[in-house]
Design a protein around this ligand. Sequence first.
Ligand SMILES: [Zn+2]
Length: 382
Amino acid sequence: MGSLALRVGAAYLGEDYVFSRDVVILVENGIITDIVEANRWSGRYLDKKGLVAAPALYNAHTHMFDAAFQEAGIGLSLREAVAPPSGLKHRLLRSTPPSALAEAFKDALLRIASWGVAGVADFREGGLEGCRLGLDAAEGLPVAYVPLCRPSPGLGDLDEVAASGRGFGIPSPLAYSEEELARIREAARRVGKPIHVHVSEDRDEWLQRDYIKAVNVLGADVLVHATLLTEEQVEEVASRIKGVVVCPRSNQWWGAGLPPLSALLDSGVAVALGTDNVAWVKPDLWREMEAAFNVLRLQKPGYADPARVLRMATLDAARLVGLERRGLLKPGYAADIILLDPARLGLRWSKNPLASLVKRGGPEAVAETYIGGKLVYPRLGP
Ligand SMILES: [Zn+2]
């Protein structure tokens, strides 16, 4: 893979994303090896002085194959649209040819790479077959793809699903019997892979029951949504699980409410952002960050920690989906780097470049995306 030296006008560096001017980012074999002030670097470099470097983003929860039917059934409720087995989404997944699903998926994956996304966790429906469809479709594409697969009803394919995916993505703890949940837990432990599960997304669910089953019976590692967790549940969550993925734009679209984001952060549990169903929510983490920042300020007036918001779409998102040493511009981390056009961010007029990145960043500001040190957008050659 070779080496790369990127000289940039500025970069958001380290855990605190400190805005640092005129630096050279050194990369060897896909890993950042050093970041030095440009006046202390005498070697060759790629001149990107007109651009600003930031860590690439990671999407901790999506349903990528929904890309094949964007805005279908626009007025439907959450249950009518996505509840298995007869919600519109599941009927469309069954009736759309797999080749068309795969094509829409690839198209969406390349599109999000051009928006600065280096990795994505995908809840894959359809048992073992669905899991393999995702893996095959992602083959050769530059984005780190994390399929979280679900066993078919009856668990006939449980061990194969455990072996094939990067973990389990369970639609609801109420979708299986307690005995089945325990078998899924054991299968995940045997292969050392995590369990992600939708929990307390909507008023429709029997809330106490789905959280308690997710934590006590299924042994979930990561809860997705947690929109309607009680105060007591939020308080204990940090000691019970590894993390929570919140999807505030999806929750708003479905009328489910807002996730208790401020309380979750206060609890100390790791929190990441996801954009959920591609069919109804644009998988745009820039919008998700702005939405999360706004939710935090609704819940805690005066909240002003853009680094914390950015971490939910970079470092913590990568960690929660099992992508280690990604999400920071720091030696030892993967060279997943985006270069932004400062004019499109209006940075010249910013009094707080980090807050501007979180509040005003967007696909239109992404000039280049590098994943593992390799330029993936714009793509070189034909
Ligand atoms: Zn979901």
